[in-house]
Design a protein around this ligand. Structure first.
Ligand code: ADP
Length: 697
């Protein structure tokens, strides 16, 4: 066939003589070759103007990609380097005759094959040079058609494979598809394997979207044409795919095995795609849920929890995510996270400008109203517009290149407290119903977590109010108590002057008791005041230098009467003076607490108090032989309001040890206990003698 005459024939029919584009039209219609032969039309500058579809298979390159490329790209690098292709064109043009060659050509995947090439120049009616025709005959010894024995085998096998659930494909190493069973054809939205095999590979490619495990879209054409050759799927590779015509989605593991010829070269590649949608979905959901739950339970702070929720969604489940929560009926608490930091910032800024209500755009408001999740599988521009109230906002939303979106309610009981918005960009896979279920569950868990933060916040508030109340109440009680104390002291002074018959023993006795109760009352009220101070972090130490042994002796002396009255003998021993730099009032309070407890829980048995010191430390021990403390209570009793005795038997607020420990630790010391139930308890107070700078004061 004379290519030049084909071109001139079409020109004579009166088509627009627009240079080489004419060639493209003519050859697209006319050229139908077998896989061994192909025709390539080149422009006069050597760029590919058109080719027969068989060339796609021969070179592993789609027509779309080939057109406009230098024809030298079809040659191996060595030929390009030595400028053989250009020289052939130049010779053909100079002589006006065809140049024939036996040469190597190159496929898109880099492999080469032998071919006979014939390049002819073509001219239009006026003798103008408009391009070249290159005829290629592949001498590739690999068969392009399925050998007869395989045809028979596959035909027989199809009787069985046709009804197999897995998708099965047979390809040549070059990527040419030879067989697909019914399940395989259905992945491409086709009813049977024969239609599938007859279809050009670029047309088939458009029928299926393929994504990797991370959801990034892959080039289906490249994948199909290299599946048999380059890709190593021997161990199985996980893909997500979507059939364009039916919108069906699935997770598949693709494995391949090879059939070798007599020379040990790969002759056929068999690919099996097993549908693993259910197991992958449940594994991915499980992972996503456990990761989200972990993040949700990481904090009890409301804002941090919202932030953690948004962070848990990106990038695992979304490329950008927003969490919108209601406060006092207004969607205020909003977190926006994106894989692109700048984009998140722009969305935040643009929405912040528009005020709170922008988060109540109609689609979001709808979820708040109905409590039902919404899936925008393939979001349209019109749907996207509903999210933005101004052109500027729409611009920002558009920059996110959203392909797919889910709006899931954050549900607390039967109330919708917030909405989670997740989206994927165009380069990623679309959300499907499985993702909708997952996001709905995440919304439910987020609701529970957010409710916990609210309860915690309320509890914290209640504690703060209690502490404030205690502080005020203790303060108010102290004023009349101070007056009462003064009155009692002056009464005592008056009675002390009376001697002999004038002295009313019963009155003195009652006054003593009243003074003791007054002291107890003062201590209790002081404890209440301490609670609010210590809990509010307002425990201030007023340090001075003094001898701790002396201070302990004073306290022990003061409490000797109380011990006697309780039936215990209180003894105090110290080895030497123990001077140091502490808060005398506060440490007096600690020692008072420890000895008072020993009296209270000492069961009328002896109590021994000691004070010892070395160069760096001082140690005060208070040992009783009373009821003792069970091992499980040893830690607890140092907590606020914690007690390990029945209230009916022993009075107390459960604050003494807590305050004592706080004071001790503020001095950089520690307070410990050792005890055996029924045999008594030993409390040890250790204090550094020098001021510990790092200790909180
Ligand atoms: P309170 O004595 O007012 O209950 P504390 O904070 O001083 O509060 O003590 C907390 C708890 O520790 C007490 O309720 C008691 O169960 C236990 N406890 C303290 N000291 C002793 C002790 N010496 N022997 C036995 N139990 C003690």
């Amino acid at each position: 066939m004379a290519a030049a005459s084909v071109a001139s024939a079409s020109l004579k029919k009166g088509r627009e003589p627009e240079g080489t584009d004419v060639l493209a039209d003519v050859f697209r219609d006319l050229l139908k070759f077998t896989a061994e032969h192909t025709v390539i039309a080149l422009r006069n500058d050597g760029k590919i103007a058109s080719w027969s579809t068989a060339a796609e298979l021969m070179f592993g390159l789609t027509t779309d990609r080939a057109l406009g490329q230098e024809f030298a790209c079809l040659y191996p690098q060595a030929a390009v380097d030595s400028q053989t292709p250009e020289r052939d064109l130049a010779t053909a043009l100079a002589t006006g005759n065809a140049v024939s060659n036996g040469t190597y050509l190159r496929r898109a995947d880099g492999s080469t094959f032998r071919a006979n090439v014939r390049i002819s120049p073509i001219f239009d009616d006026r003798g103008e040079h408009i391009g070249f025709i290159e005829l290629v005959q592949s001498l590739d010894r690999r068969p392009h058609r399925l050998p007869q024995h395989y045809v028979n085998t596959l035909a027989e096998a199809d009787l069985v494979l046709g009804s197999v659930h897995d998708a099965i494909f047979v390809q040549e190493p070059s990527g040419k598809l030879l067989y697909a069973n019914r399940a395989g054809a259905r992945h491409f939205g086709l009813e049977d394997g024969e239609t599938f095999v007859r279809m050009p590979i670029d047309e088939i490619s458009k029928r299926l979207e393929v994504f990797d495990e991370e959801g990034n879209q892959l080039d289906t054409f490249a994948l199909l044409s290299t599946l048999g050759g380059k890709m190593n799927l021997d161990d199985g590779t996980l893909f997500y795919s979507r059939t364009v015509s039916t919108n069906e989605t699935r997770w598949v593991i693709v494995r391949q095995s090879r059939i070798y010829d007599d020379q040990g070269e790969t002759e056929l590649v068999v690919c099996v795609a097993t549908n693993v949608t259910d197991s992958v979905r449940s594994k991915l959901s499980e992972q996503a849920l456990s990761e989200t739950t972990k993040r949700l339970s990481a904090s009890l702070d409301y804002e941090t929890t919202l932030r953690n929720l948004a962070d848990a969604l990106v990038p695992r489940l979304a490329d950008w995510a927003a969490v919108v929560c209601m406060r006092e009926g207004v969607p205020r608490d909003v977190q926006i996270v994106s894989t692109e930091v700048e984009l998140a910032e722009r969305i935040r800024e643009s929405w912040a400008k528009a005020g709170d209500n922008v988060f109540l755009s109609p689609p979001v408001a709808e979820v708040f109203r109905t409590g039902k999740p919404v899936l925008f599988e393939n979001i349209t521009r019109q749907q996207l517009e509903a999210f933005a109230s101004t052109k500027a906002e729409l611009d920002v939303v558009e920059q996110a290149h959203v392909r797919s979106m889910i709006l899931a309610p954050i549900v607390v009981g039967d109330r919708t407290d917030g909405v989670i918005i997740v989206s994927t960009p165009e380069s990623k896979r679309r959300y499907d119903l499985g993702d909708l279920d997952l996001m709905t569950e995440i919304g439910r868990r987020a609701g529970t977590a957010i409710e916990h933060t609210r309860l915690y916040r309320n509890a914290q508030l209640a504690i703060r109010l209690r502490n404030e109340f205690l502080a005020v109440a203790a303060h108010e009680l102290r004023t009349p108590l101070a007056t009462l104390t003064l009155q009692l002291q002056s009464l005592q002074a008056i009675l002390a002057k009376e001697t002999g018959d004038d002295r009313d023993v019963r009155l003195c006795d009652r006054l003593d008791k009243t003074i003791r109760q007054n002291r107890r009352l003062t201590r209790l009220i002081d404890s209440l005041l301490d609670v609010s101070q210590v809990a509010g972090g307002r425990l201030e130490l007023r340090r001075s230098e003094f001898d701790l042994a002396e201070l302990v002796a004073d306290v022990a002396d003061r409490l000797t009467d109380d011990a006697e009255r309780a039936g215990s003998k209180l003894s105090f021993q110290w080895s030497a003076p123990c001077p140091g730099y502490w808060d005398a009032d506060r440490l007096g309070q600690v020692v008072d607490n420890l000895i008072s407890n020993a009296i209270k829980y000492g069961q009328k048995k002896p109590i021994d108090v000691t004070c010892t010191c070395d160069r760096a430390h001082v140690c005060v021990t208070v040992a009783d032989n009373g009821i003792g403390i069970a091992p499980e209570n040893m830690t607890r009793i140092f907590e606020r309001f914690e007690r390990a005795v029945p209230e009916t038997n022993y009075g107390g607020l459960g604050l003494g040890l807590w305050i004592s420990r706080e004071i001790t630790e503020a001095h950089g010391g520690k307070l410990e206990v050792a005890s055996t139930v029924g045999q008594g308890a030993v409390f040890r107070l250790f204090l550094p003698r020098q001021r510990v700078e790092s200790a909180p004061t």
